[in-house]
Design a protein around this ligand. Sequence first.
Ligand SMILES: Nc1ncnc2c1ncn2[C@@H]1O[C@H](COP(=O)(O)OP(=O)(O)O)[C@@H](O)[C@H]1O
Ligand SMILES: O=C(CO)[C@@H](O)[C@H](O)COP(=O)(O)O
Length: 532
Amino acid sequence: MSDNLYVGFDLSTQQLKLTAINDAADVVCEETVRFSKELPQYGTFNGVITNGRIVTSPTLMWVESIDLLLSKLSAKEFPFHSIRVISGAAQQHGSVFWKRSASQLLRHLNSQETLKSQLRDAFALEQSPTWQDSSTSEYCQKLEEIIGGAQELANITGSRAYERFTGNQIAKIHQNDLPTYNNTERISVVSSFLASLFLGDYAPIDASDASGMNLFDIHNKTWDERLLVACGGETLREKLGNVEVNGLSVIGNVCKYFVEKYGFNPDCKILPFMGDNPSTLLSRKLCPSDVLISLGTSDTLLLVTTYPTPTTESHTLCHPISNQYISMLCYKNGSLTREYIRDTYTPTTSWDSYNTILRTVVSKPDENKFGFYFHVQEIIPFAYGIYRFDSGEPVDEFRDPNYNIRAILESQFLSMKARSGRLLHGQKIERLLAVGGASANDSILQVLADVFGVKVYRPRDGNAVNSASFGAAMKARMMAYGEGGSEKSEYELVASPNKENSKVYDRMLSTFVNLEERVVMTQGRVLTNSEL
Ligand SMILES: Nc1ncnc2c1ncn2[C@@H]1O[C@H](COP(=O)(O)OP(=O)(O)O)[C@@H](O)[C@H]1O
Ligand SMILES: O=C(CO)[C@@H](O)[C@H](O)COP(=O)(O)O
Protein backbone atom coordinates (compact mmCIF):
# COMPACT_ATOMS: atom_id res chain seq x y z
CA MET A 1 0.00 0.00 0.00
CA SER A 2 2.66 2.52 -0.98
CA ASP A 3 0.35 4.27 -3.46
CA ASN A 4 -1.38 7.57 -2.89
CA LEU A 5 -4.61 6.91 -1.03
CA TYR A 6 -7.99 8.66 -1.22
CA VAL A 7 -10.31 8.08 1.69
CA GLY A 8 -14.08 8.37 2.13
CA PHE A 9 -16.01 8.07 5.40
CA ASP A 10 -19.71 7.37 5.87
CA LEU A 11 -21.47 8.07 9.13
CA SER A 12 -24.76 6.28 8.53
CA THR A 13 -27.54 5.19 10.88
CA GLN A 14 -26.05 1.95 12.09
CA GLN A 15 -22.32 2.36 11.54
CA LEU A 16 -19.30 4.46 10.69
CA LYS A 17 -17.49 3.17 7.62
CA LEU A 18 -14.28 3.97 5.79
CA THR A 19 -13.22 3.10 2.27
CA ALA A 20 -9.69 3.76 1.00
CA ILE A 21 -8.89 3.60 -2.70
CA ASN A 22 -5.62 3.98 -4.60
CA ASP A 23 -4.65 5.88 -7.74
CA ALA A 24 -6.22 3.15 -9.88
CA ALA A 25 -9.51 3.52 -7.92
CA ASP A 26 -9.11 0.01 -6.49
CA VAL A 27 -10.42 -0.49 -2.98
CA VAL A 28 -7.44 -1.20 -0.73
CA CYS A 29 -9.13 -1.09 2.64
CA GLU A 30 -12.57 -0.96 4.24
CA GLU A 31 -13.28 -0.66 7.95
CA THR A 32 -16.44 -0.33 10.01
CA VAL A 33 -17.60 0.45 13.53
CA ARG A 34 -21.09 -0.84 14.28
CA PHE A 35 -22.55 1.49 16.88
CA SER A 36 -24.91 -0.78 18.80
CA LYS A 37 -22.52 -3.72 18.81
CA GLU A 38 -19.17 -2.03 19.38
CA LEU A 39 -20.26 0.93 21.49
CA PRO A 40 -23.05 -0.68 23.56
CA GLN A 41 -22.49 1.72 26.48
CA TYR A 42 -24.57 4.35 24.62
CA GLY A 43 -27.65 2.14 24.75
CA THR A 44 -28.66 2.42 21.10
CA PHE A 45 -30.60 -0.17 19.11
CA ASN A 46 -29.61 -0.25 15.43
CA GLY A 47 -27.63 2.95 16.08
CA VAL A 48 -30.48 5.03 17.50
CA ILE A 49 -32.50 5.72 20.63
CA THR A 50 -36.24 5.73 19.94
CA ASN A 51 -38.79 7.44 22.13
CA GLY A 52 -42.07 7.41 20.22
CA ARG A 53 -41.59 9.63 17.21
CA ILE A 54 -38.36 11.08 18.59
CA VAL A 55 -35.34 9.24 17.21
CA THR A 56 -31.86 10.38 18.19
CA SER A 57 -28.24 9.22 18.33
CA PRO A 58 -25.80 10.19 21.08
CA THR A 59 -23.46 12.76 19.52
CA LEU A 60 -20.55 11.53 21.65
CA MET A 61 -21.04 7.99 20.32
CA TRP A 62 -20.34 9.33 16.84
CA VAL A 63 -17.29 11.19 18.19
CA GLU A 64 -15.93 8.09 19.91
CA SER A 65 -16.51 5.92 16.84
CA ILE A 66 -13.93 7.96 14.91
CA ASP A 67 -11.07 7.17 17.29
CA LEU A 68 -12.25 3.56 17.44
CA LEU A 69 -12.27 3.23 13.65
CA LEU A 70 -8.85 4.85 13.23
CA SER A 71 -7.30 2.80 16.04
CA LYS A 72 -8.52 -0.37 14.31
CA LEU A 73 -6.64 0.81 11.22
CA SER A 74 -3.56 1.70 13.29
CA ALA A 75 -3.52 -1.85 14.63
CA LYS A 76 -3.34 -3.03 10.98
CA GLU A 77 -0.50 -0.56 10.31
CA PHE A 78 -2.59 1.35 7.83
CA PRO A 79 -0.38 3.89 5.96
CA PHE A 80 -2.17 7.07 7.08
CA HIS A 81 0.72 9.08 5.69
CA SER A 82 -0.22 8.08 2.13
CA ILE A 83 -3.69 9.64 2.30
CA ARG A 84 -3.69 12.65 -0.01
CA VAL A 85 -7.33 13.66 0.20
CA ILE A 86 -10.30 12.78 2.37
CA SER A 87 -13.98 13.38 1.95
CA GLY A 88 -17.03 11.87 3.54
CA ALA A 89 -20.73 11.24 3.64
CA ALA A 90 -23.33 10.89 6.35
CA GLN A 91 -27.02 10.26 6.90
CA GLN A 92 -28.88 13.30 5.63
CA HIS A 93 -30.96 15.75 7.71
CA GLY A 94 -29.60 14.80 11.18
CA SER A 95 -28.08 17.64 13.17
CA VAL A 96 -25.44 18.46 15.75
CA PHE A 97 -25.83 21.46 18.06
CA TRP A 98 -22.41 22.76 19.11
CA LYS A 99 -22.30 24.73 22.36
CA ARG A 100 -20.96 28.29 22.61
CA SER A 101 -17.13 28.16 22.60
CA ALA A 102 -17.03 24.64 21.14
CA SER A 103 -15.01 26.06 18.24
CA GLN A 104 -12.19 26.71 20.74
CA LEU A 105 -12.25 23.05 21.78
CA LEU A 106 -12.17 21.98 18.15
CA ARG A 107 -9.26 24.26 17.30
CA HIS A 108 -7.11 22.98 20.18
CA LEU A 109 -7.55 19.23 20.04
CA ASN A 110 -4.70 17.53 21.90
CA SER A 111 -3.41 14.28 20.43
CA GLN A 112 -2.48 12.96 23.89
CA GLU A 113 -6.15 12.70 24.75
CA THR A 114 -9.18 11.22 22.98
CA LEU A 115 -11.73 13.16 20.92
CA LYS A 116 -14.42 12.00 23.32
CA SER A 117 -12.69 13.29 26.46
CA GLN A 118 -12.08 16.67 24.85
CA LEU A 119 -15.50 17.11 23.26
CA ARG A 120 -17.53 15.77 26.19
CA ASP A 121 -18.71 19.30 26.89
CA ALA A 122 -18.94 20.56 23.32
CA PHE A 123 -22.59 19.93 22.53
CA ALA A 124 -25.66 21.95 23.49
CA LEU A 125 -27.77 18.86 22.74
CA GLU A 126 -26.34 15.51 23.85
CA GLN A 127 -28.72 13.62 21.58
CA SER A 128 -28.60 14.47 17.89
CA PRO A 129 -31.92 14.40 16.01
CA THR A 130 -31.63 11.83 13.18
CA TRP A 131 -33.31 11.26 9.82
CA GLN A 132 -35.62 8.69 11.44
CA ASP A 133 -37.22 11.31 13.69
CA SER A 134 -40.82 12.19 12.83
CA SER A 135 -41.74 14.37 15.81
CA THR A 136 -42.03 17.75 14.08
CA SER A 137 -45.32 17.57 12.16
CA GLU A 138 -46.68 20.80 13.71
CA TYR A 139 -43.59 22.77 12.60
CA CYS A 140 -43.84 21.28 9.10
CA GLN A 141 -47.44 22.42 8.83
CA LYS A 142 -46.55 25.93 10.03
CA LEU A 143 -43.66 26.24 7.60
CA GLU A 144 -45.81 25.27 4.62
CA GLU A 145 -48.48 27.74 5.72
CA ILE A 146 -45.98 30.59 6.03
CA ILE A 147 -44.54 29.95 2.59
CA GLY A 148 -47.85 29.38 0.78
CA GLY A 149 -48.22 25.61 0.67
CA ALA A 150 -46.37 22.34 0.21
CA GLN A 151 -45.71 22.74 -3.51
CA GLU A 152 -44.48 26.30 -3.04
CA LEU A 153 -41.98 25.15 -0.41
CA ALA A 154 -40.92 22.31 -2.72
CA ASN A 155 -40.42 24.78 -5.57
CA ILE A 156 -37.91 26.71 -3.45
CA THR A 157 -36.15 24.05 -1.39
CA GLY A 158 -36.71 20.93 -3.51
CA SER A 159 -39.00 19.30 -0.95
CA ARG A 160 -42.24 19.98 0.87
CA ALA A 161 -41.85 20.12 4.67
CA TYR A 162 -40.68 16.81 6.08
CA GLU A 163 -40.44 15.92 9.75
CA ARG A 164 -36.81 14.80 9.52
CA PHE A 165 -35.59 17.85 7.60
CA THR A 166 -33.18 19.94 9.65
CA GLY A 167 -35.12 23.24 9.49
CA ASN A 168 -38.14 21.67 11.18
CA GLN A 169 -35.92 19.99 13.77
CA ILE A 170 -34.34 23.38 14.47
CA ALA A 171 -37.79 25.00 14.76
CA LYS A 172 -38.71 22.45 17.43
CA ILE A 173 -35.66 23.34 19.56
CA HIS A 174 -36.07 27.06 18.91
CA GLN A 175 -39.68 27.05 20.03
CA ASN A 176 -39.49 24.57 22.91
CA ASP A 177 -36.05 25.02 24.37
CA LEU A 178 -34.84 28.57 23.83
CA PRO A 179 -31.99 28.36 26.42
CA THR A 180 -30.45 25.42 24.50
CA TYR A 181 -30.98 27.23 21.22
CA ASN A 182 -29.35 30.40 22.53
CA ASN A 183 -26.47 28.35 23.93
CA THR A 184 -25.81 26.95 20.43
CA GLU A 185 -22.88 28.43 18.53
CA ARG A 186 -23.12 26.31 15.38
CA ILE A 187 -25.60 23.84 13.92
CA SER A 188 -23.97 21.24 11.68
CA VAL A 189 -25.63 18.51 9.67
CA VAL A 190 -24.08 15.11 10.31
CA SER A 191 -21.77 15.30 7.29
CA SER A 192 -20.40 18.76 8.15
CA PHE A 193 -20.06 17.67 11.80
CA LEU A 194 -17.82 14.78 10.73
CA ALA A 195 -15.82 17.07 8.46
CA SER A 196 -15.42 19.56 11.33
CA LEU A 197 -13.68 16.95 13.45
CA PHE A 198 -11.10 16.26 10.75
CA LEU A 199 -10.70 19.96 10.02
CA GLY A 200 -10.40 21.04 13.66
CA ASP A 201 -12.86 23.84 12.96
CA TYR A 202 -16.44 24.25 11.81
CA ALA A 203 -16.78 22.89 8.27
CA PRO A 204 -19.32 24.34 5.82
CA ILE A 205 -22.45 22.42 4.90
CA ASP A 206 -22.26 21.29 1.28
CA ALA A 207 -25.04 22.24 -1.15
CA SER A 208 -26.30 18.68 -1.61
CA ASP A 209 -26.85 18.30 2.13
CA ALA A 210 -28.21 21.85 2.53
CA SER A 211 -30.92 20.68 0.08
CA GLY A 212 -32.24 18.37 2.83
CA MET A 213 -33.04 21.10 5.33
CA ASN A 214 -36.14 22.97 4.01
CA LEU A 215 -34.01 26.14 4.37
CA PHE A 216 -31.99 26.32 1.18
CA ASP A 217 -32.97 27.75 -2.19
CA ILE A 218 -31.76 25.03 -4.55
CA HIS A 219 -31.93 27.33 -7.60
CA ASN A 220 -29.96 30.30 -6.26
CA LYS A 221 -27.91 28.05 -3.96
CA THR A 222 -28.28 30.35 -0.96
CA TRP A 223 -30.11 30.18 2.36
CA ASP A 224 -33.68 31.47 2.03
CA GLU A 225 -34.07 34.34 4.50
CA ARG A 226 -37.80 33.82 5.08
CA LEU A 227 -37.31 30.15 5.89
CA LEU A 228 -34.36 30.84 8.19
CA VAL A 229 -36.37 33.33 10.21
CA ALA A 230 -39.42 31.05 10.31
CA CYS A 231 -37.40 28.13 11.69
CA GLY A 232 -34.84 29.77 13.94
CA GLY A 233 -35.29 33.54 14.08
CA GLU A 234 -32.73 36.19 13.21
CA THR A 235 -29.75 34.25 14.60
CA LEU A 236 -30.09 31.10 12.53
CA ARG A 237 -28.03 32.31 9.57
CA GLU A 238 -25.02 32.83 11.81
CA LYS A 239 -25.50 29.47 13.52
CA LEU A 240 -25.52 27.67 10.16
CA GLY A 241 -22.52 29.38 8.59
CA ASN A 242 -21.88 29.31 4.85
CA VAL A 243 -22.84 26.67 2.33
CA GLU A 244 -20.05 25.30 0.13
CA VAL A 245 -21.48 25.15 -3.38
CA ASN A 246 -18.32 23.83 -5.00
CA GLY A 247 -18.06 20.23 -3.84
CA LEU A 248 -14.51 19.92 -5.20
CA SER A 249 -13.01 22.93 -3.42
CA VAL A 250 -10.56 22.20 -0.61
CA ILE A 251 -11.90 23.31 2.78
CA GLY A 252 -8.57 22.87 4.57
CA ASN A 253 -5.95 20.37 5.69
CA VAL A 254 -6.45 17.61 8.24
CA CYS A 255 -5.87 19.00 11.74
CA LYS A 256 -2.90 18.35 14.01
CA TYR A 257 -4.77 15.86 16.19
CA PHE A 258 -4.89 13.30 13.38
CA VAL A 259 -1.36 14.07 12.19
CA GLU A 260 0.16 13.51 15.62
CA LYS A 261 -2.05 10.66 16.80
CA TYR A 262 -2.38 8.52 13.67
CA GLY A 263 0.35 9.79 11.35
CA PHE A 264 -1.81 11.56 8.74
CA ASN A 265 0.20 13.66 6.32
CA PRO A 266 -0.09 17.34 7.41
CA ASP A 267 -0.68 18.15 3.75
CA CYS A 268 -3.71 15.82 3.51
CA LYS A 269 -6.57 17.85 1.99
CA ILE A 270 -10.22 17.80 2.97
CA LEU A 271 -13.08 18.18 0.50
CA PRO A 272 -16.62 19.00 1.67
CA PHE A 273 -18.48 16.05 3.16
CA MET A 274 -21.90 15.25 1.60
CA GLY A 275 -25.19 13.53 2.25
CA ASP A 276 -24.93 9.75 1.88
CA ASN A 277 -27.35 9.56 -1.05
CA PRO A 278 -25.57 12.19 -3.18
CA SER A 279 -22.31 10.48 -2.30
CA THR A 280 -23.70 7.10 -3.42
CA LEU A 281 -24.38 8.67 -6.82
CA LEU A 282 -20.70 9.54 -7.14
CA SER A 283 -19.69 5.95 -6.52
CA ARG A 284 -20.50 4.77 -10.03
CA LYS A 285 -20.40 6.04 -13.53
CA LEU A 286 -24.03 6.47 -14.55
CA CYS A 287 -25.66 6.70 -17.96
CA PRO A 288 -28.49 9.26 -18.30
CA SER A 289 -31.18 6.55 -18.30
CA ASP A 290 -29.80 4.70 -15.25
CA VAL A 291 -31.77 4.67 -12.04
CA LEU A 292 -29.96 3.82 -8.82
CA ILE A 293 -31.77 2.04 -6.01
CA SER A 294 -30.12 1.92 -2.62
CA LEU A 295 -31.48 -0.81 -0.33
CA GLY A 296 -30.01 0.04 3.08
CA THR A 297 -31.42 1.16 6.41
CA SER A 298 -33.47 3.54 4.29
CA ASP A 299 -34.46 2.61 0.75
CA THR A 300 -33.89 5.32 -1.81
CA LEU A 301 -34.39 5.71 -5.54
CA LEU A 302 -32.02 8.19 -7.17
CA LEU A 303 -31.57 9.72 -10.59
CA VAL A 304 -29.65 12.65 -11.98
CA THR A 305 -31.55 15.34 -13.83
CA THR A 306 -30.74 18.65 -15.50
CA TYR A 307 -34.25 20.06 -15.18
CA PRO A 308 -35.60 19.57 -11.68
CA THR A 309 -39.35 19.49 -11.21
CA PRO A 310 -39.93 19.29 -7.46
CA THR A 311 -43.04 17.36 -6.39
CA THR A 312 -44.64 16.96 -2.99
CA GLU A 313 -43.57 13.32 -2.78
CA SER A 314 -39.99 13.42 -3.95
CA HIS A 315 -36.86 15.35 -3.02
CA THR A 316 -34.80 17.48 -5.38
CA LEU A 317 -31.23 17.95 -4.20
CA CYS A 318 -28.33 19.93 -5.65
CA HIS A 319 -25.80 17.57 -7.20
CA PRO A 320 -22.66 17.44 -5.04
CA ILE A 321 -20.17 18.28 -7.80
CA SER A 322 -22.05 19.65 -10.80
CA ASN A 323 -24.82 22.06 -11.71
CA GLN A 324 -27.23 19.19 -12.16
CA TYR A 325 -29.82 17.99 -9.66
CA ILE A 326 -30.78 14.73 -8.01
CA SER A 327 -34.35 13.46 -7.83
CA MET A 328 -34.89 11.13 -4.91
CA LEU A 329 -37.58 9.02 -3.28
CA CYS A 330 -36.83 7.97 0.30
CA TYR A 331 -38.50 5.28 2.41
CA LYS A 332 -38.00 4.72 6.10
CA ASN A 333 -39.21 1.11 6.03
CA GLY A 334 -36.21 -0.37 4.24
CA SER A 335 -33.85 -3.08 5.49
CA LEU A 336 -34.93 -2.99 9.12
CA THR A 337 -38.56 -3.67 8.15
CA ARG A 338 -37.44 -6.44 5.80
CA GLU A 339 -35.49 -7.85 8.76
CA TYR A 340 -38.60 -7.62 10.92
CA ILE A 341 -40.61 -9.65 8.39
CA ARG A 342 -37.73 -12.09 8.00
CA ASP A 343 -37.54 -12.62 11.75
CA THR A 344 -41.32 -13.00 12.08
CA TYR A 345 -41.84 -15.47 9.26
CA THR A 346 -38.69 -17.57 8.88
CA PRO A 347 -37.77 -20.43 11.17
CA THR A 348 -34.07 -19.59 11.39
CA THR A 349 -34.32 -15.80 11.07
CA SER A 350 -31.66 -15.81 8.34
CA TRP A 351 -31.57 -14.33 4.87
CA ASP A 352 -30.90 -17.84 3.55
CA SER A 353 -34.16 -19.17 4.86
CA TYR A 354 -35.97 -15.98 3.75
CA ASN A 355 -34.63 -16.49 0.23
CA THR A 356 -35.51 -20.19 0.20
CA ILE A 357 -39.14 -19.43 1.07
CA LEU A 358 -39.20 -16.64 -1.54
CA ARG A 359 -37.88 -18.92 -4.26
CA THR A 360 -39.78 -22.10 -3.42
CA VAL A 361 -42.88 -21.53 -1.28
CA VAL A 362 -44.07 -18.14 -2.58
CA SER A 363 -42.21 -18.18 -5.87
CA LYS A 364 -44.91 -16.43 -7.94
CA PRO A 365 -46.79 -13.16 -7.53
CA ASP A 366 -50.43 -13.51 -6.53
CA GLU A 367 -52.27 -10.54 -7.98
CA ASN A 368 -54.98 -10.70 -5.33
CA LYS A 369 -52.64 -10.24 -2.38
CA PHE A 370 -51.21 -6.93 -1.20
CA GLY A 371 -49.39 -5.97 1.99
CA PHE A 372 -48.33 -2.56 3.31
CA TYR A 373 -45.57 -2.67 5.89
CA PHE A 374 -45.22 0.69 7.61
CA HIS A 375 -43.59 -0.84 10.66
CA VAL A 376 -42.25 2.61 11.53
CA GLN A 377 -43.83 5.91 10.46
CA GLU A 378 -43.32 5.97 6.68
CA ILE A 379 -42.31 9.03 4.70
CA ILE A 380 -44.15 8.31 1.44
CA PRO A 381 -46.94 7.85 2.11
CA PHE A 382 -47.08 9.36 5.59
CA ALA A 383 -48.56 6.21 7.10
CA TYR A 384 -48.05 3.82 9.99
CA GLY A 385 -49.12 0.23 10.61
CA ILE A 386 -49.23 -3.09 8.76
CA TYR A 387 -52.15 -3.76 6.42
CA ARG A 388 -52.96 -6.77 4.26
CA PHE A 389 -55.57 -7.27 1.55
CA ASP A 390 -56.82 -10.39 -0.20
CA SER A 391 -59.07 -9.92 -3.27
CA GLY A 392 -59.66 -6.30 -2.28
CA GLU A 393 -60.74 -7.16 1.28
CA PRO A 394 -58.69 -6.33 4.37
CA VAL A 395 -57.41 -9.43 6.18
CA ASP A 396 -55.52 -9.71 9.43
CA GLU A 397 -53.17 -12.30 7.98
CA PHE A 398 -52.68 -14.08 4.65
CA ARG A 399 -54.00 -17.64 4.52
CA ASP A 400 -50.41 -18.63 3.89
CA PRO A 401 -48.37 -16.31 6.16
CA ASN A 402 -45.30 -17.05 4.04
CA TYR A 403 -46.75 -14.64 1.49
CA ASN A 404 -45.59 -11.75 3.69
CA ILE A 405 -42.06 -12.56 2.58
CA ARG A 406 -42.96 -11.76 -1.01
CA ALA A 407 -45.59 -9.10 -0.31
CA ILE A 408 -43.21 -6.76 1.53
CA LEU A 409 -40.83 -6.68 -1.44
CA GLU A 410 -43.67 -6.26 -3.91
CA SER A 411 -45.14 -3.31 -2.05
CA GLN A 412 -41.77 -1.62 -1.56
CA PHE A 413 -40.93 -1.90 -5.24
CA LEU A 414 -44.45 -1.15 -6.56
CA SER A 415 -44.37 2.07 -4.55
CA MET A 416 -41.06 3.04 -6.15
CA LYS A 417 -42.36 2.15 -9.60
CA ALA A 418 -45.60 4.11 -9.20
CA ARG A 419 -43.75 7.21 -8.03
CA SER A 420 -40.66 7.09 -10.24
CA GLY A 421 -42.76 7.64 -13.37
CA ARG A 422 -43.35 11.24 -12.32
CA LEU A 423 -39.61 11.84 -11.90
CA LEU A 424 -38.66 10.33 -15.22
CA HIS A 425 -40.96 12.49 -17.38
CA GLY A 426 -41.79 9.53 -19.57
CA GLN A 427 -38.15 8.53 -20.11
CA LYS A 428 -37.60 4.77 -20.11
CA ILE A 429 -35.35 3.19 -17.49
CA GLU A 430 -32.60 1.22 -19.24
CA ARG A 431 -30.92 -0.26 -16.15
CA LEU A 432 -31.61 -0.40 -12.46
CA LEU A 433 -28.41 -0.27 -10.45
CA ALA A 434 -28.82 -1.71 -6.97
CA VAL A 435 -26.51 -0.79 -4.08
CA GLY A 436 -26.74 -0.94 -0.27
CA GLY A 437 -26.67 -3.89 2.16
CA ALA A 438 -29.59 -5.78 0.58
CA SER A 439 -28.14 -5.56 -2.94
CA ALA A 440 -26.11 -8.63 -1.98
CA ASN A 441 -29.36 -10.56 -2.07
CA ASP A 442 -30.08 -11.99 -5.54
CA SER A 443 -33.58 -13.16 -4.66
CA ILE A 444 -34.65 -9.69 -3.54
CA LEU A 445 -33.19 -8.19 -6.72
CA GLN A 446 -35.14 -10.70 -8.83
CA VAL A 447 -38.40 -9.31 -7.42
CA LEU A 448 -37.10 -5.79 -8.15
CA ALA A 449 -36.43 -6.76 -11.78
CA ASP A 450 -39.85 -8.38 -12.13
CA VAL A 451 -41.75 -5.41 -10.66
CA PHE A 452 -39.97 -2.84 -12.87
CA GLY A 453 -39.68 -5.14 -15.90
CA VAL A 454 -36.05 -4.00 -16.24
CA LYS A 455 -32.66 -5.67 -15.81
CA VAL A 456 -31.01 -5.14 -12.45
CA TYR A 457 -27.25 -4.74 -12.04
CA ARG A 458 -25.06 -4.30 -9.01
CA PRO A 459 -21.41 -3.34 -8.43
CA ARG A 460 -19.07 -6.08 -9.55
CA ASP A 461 -17.26 -8.15 -6.92
CA GLY A 462 -14.11 -6.43 -5.83
CA ASN A 463 -15.75 -3.01 -5.76
CA ALA A 464 -16.44 -1.40 -2.44
CA VAL A 465 -19.17 -2.91 -0.34
CA ASN A 466 -20.33 0.46 0.92
CA SER A 467 -21.33 2.85 -1.82
CA ALA A 468 -21.55 6.08 0.20
CA SER A 469 -18.00 5.87 1.59
CA PHE A 470 -16.75 4.64 -1.79
CA GLY A 471 -18.45 7.61 -3.48
CA ALA A 472 -16.74 9.96 -1.04
CA ALA A 473 -13.38 8.30 -1.74
CA MET A 474 -14.03 8.66 -5.48
CA LYS A 475 -14.69 12.37 -4.97
CA ALA A 476 -11.43 12.67 -3.01
CA ARG A 477 -9.63 11.00 -5.91
CA MET A 478 -11.12 13.53 -8.33
CA MET A 479 -8.73 16.10 -6.89
CA ALA A 480 -5.90 14.24 -8.56
CA TYR A 481 -7.65 12.74 -11.59
CA GLY A 482 -10.60 15.01 -12.37
CA GLU A 483 -14.14 13.81 -12.72
CA GLY A 484 -13.53 11.18 -15.37
CA GLY A 485 -10.50 9.35 -14.07
CA SER A 486 -9.93 5.77 -15.13
CA GLU A 487 -13.43 4.37 -15.07
CA LYS A 488 -13.79 0.61 -15.15
CA SER A 489 -16.61 -1.66 -16.15
CA GLU A 490 -18.10 -1.88 -12.73
CA TYR A 491 -21.44 -3.68 -12.92
CA GLU A 492 -22.64 -7.23 -13.11
CA LEU A 493 -26.07 -8.31 -14.26
CA VAL A 494 -27.91 -9.92 -11.36
CA ALA A 495 -31.51 -10.29 -12.48
CA SER A 496 -33.45 -10.19 -15.75
CA PRO A 497 -37.19 -9.75 -15.51
CA ASN A 498 -39.39 -12.81 -15.79
CA LYS A 499 -41.89 -11.71 -18.46
CA GLU A 500 -44.90 -13.50 -16.93
CA ASN A 501 -44.26 -12.02 -13.49
CA SER A 502 -43.75 -8.54 -14.93
CA LYS A 503 -47.14 -8.72 -16.67
CA VAL A 504 -48.77 -9.60 -13.35
CA TYR A 505 -47.05 -6.66 -11.63
CA ASP A 506 -48.13 -4.29 -14.40
CA ARG A 507 -51.70 -5.33 -13.75
CA MET A 508 -51.23 -4.96 -9.97
CA LEU A 509 -49.94 -1.39 -10.09
CA SER A 510 -53.26 0.48 -10.21
CA THR A 511 -54.85 -1.72 -7.52
CA PHE A 512 -51.75 -1.11 -5.39
CA VAL A 513 -52.14 2.65 -5.74
CA ASN A 514 -55.85 2.48 -4.83
CA LEU A 515 -55.30 0.28 -1.79
CA GLU A 516 -52.47 2.49 -0.60
CA GLU A 517 -54.79 5.48 -0.82
CA ARG A 518 -57.34 3.59 1.23
CA VAL A 519 -54.73 2.87 3.90
CA VAL A 520 -53.66 6.51 4.01
CA MET A 521 -57.26 7.72 4.36
CA THR A 522 -57.54 5.79 7.61
CA GLN A 523 -54.54 7.50 9.15
CA GLY A 524 -54.88 9.39 12.39
CA ARG A 525 -54.98 6.23 14.41
CA VAL A 526 -53.61 2.79 13.70
CA LEU A 527 -56.38 0.50 12.56
CA THR A 528 -56.31 -3.24 12.58
CA ASN A 529 -57.01 -4.85 9.26
CA SER A 530 -60.52 -5.84 10.26
CA GLU A 531 -61.38 -2.22 10.99
CA LEU A 532 -60.42 -0.99 7.55
N1 LIG B 1 -28.12 -10.65 2.31
C1 LIG B 1 -28.91 -9.65 2.68
N2 LIG B 1 -30.20 -9.61 2.29
C2 LIG B 1 -31.01 -8.59 2.64
N3 LIG B 1 -30.62 -7.54 3.39
C3 LIG B 1 -29.36 -7.52 3.82
C4 LIG B 1 -28.43 -8.55 3.50
N4 LIG B 1 -27.23 -8.23 4.05
C5 LIG B 1 -27.42 -7.06 4.72
N5 LIG B 1 -28.69 -6.62 4.58
C6 LIG B 1 -29.29 -5.43 5.17
O1 LIG B 1 -28.54 -4.28 4.87
C7 LIG B 1 -28.72 -3.33 5.93
C8 LIG B 1 -27.50 -2.42 5.99
O2 LIG B 1 -27.36 -1.78 4.77
P1 LIG B 1 -26.29 -0.62 4.55
O3 LIG B 1 -26.50 -0.10 3.18
O4 LIG B 1 -24.93 -1.12 4.91
O5 LIG B 1 -26.74 0.35 5.72
P2 LIG B 1 -26.77 1.92 5.90
O6 LIG B 1 -28.08 2.35 5.34
O7 LIG B 1 -26.72 2.07 7.40
O8 LIG B 1 -25.59 2.50 5.18
C9 LIG B 1 -28.93 -4.14 7.20
O9 LIG B 1 -29.96 -3.57 8.00
C10 LIG B 1 -29.32 -5.53 6.68
O10 LIG B 1 -30.64 -5.88 7.03
O1 LIG C 1 -33.43 10.47 5.04
C1 LIG C 1 -32.75 9.98 4.16
C2 LIG C 1 -32.68 10.62 2.83
O2 LIG C 1 -33.59 11.67 2.69
C3 LIG C 1 -31.96 8.74 4.41
O3 LIG C 1 -31.60 8.10 3.22
C4 LIG C 1 -30.75 9.06 5.28
O4 LIG C 1 -29.79 9.75 4.52
C5 LIG C 1 -30.23 7.84 6.01
O5 LIG C 1 -29.39 7.03 5.30
P1 LIG C 1 -28.92 5.51 5.69
O6 LIG C 1 -28.48 5.49 7.09
O7 LIG C 1 -30.07 4.61 5.36
O8 LIG C 1 -27.80 5.26 4.72
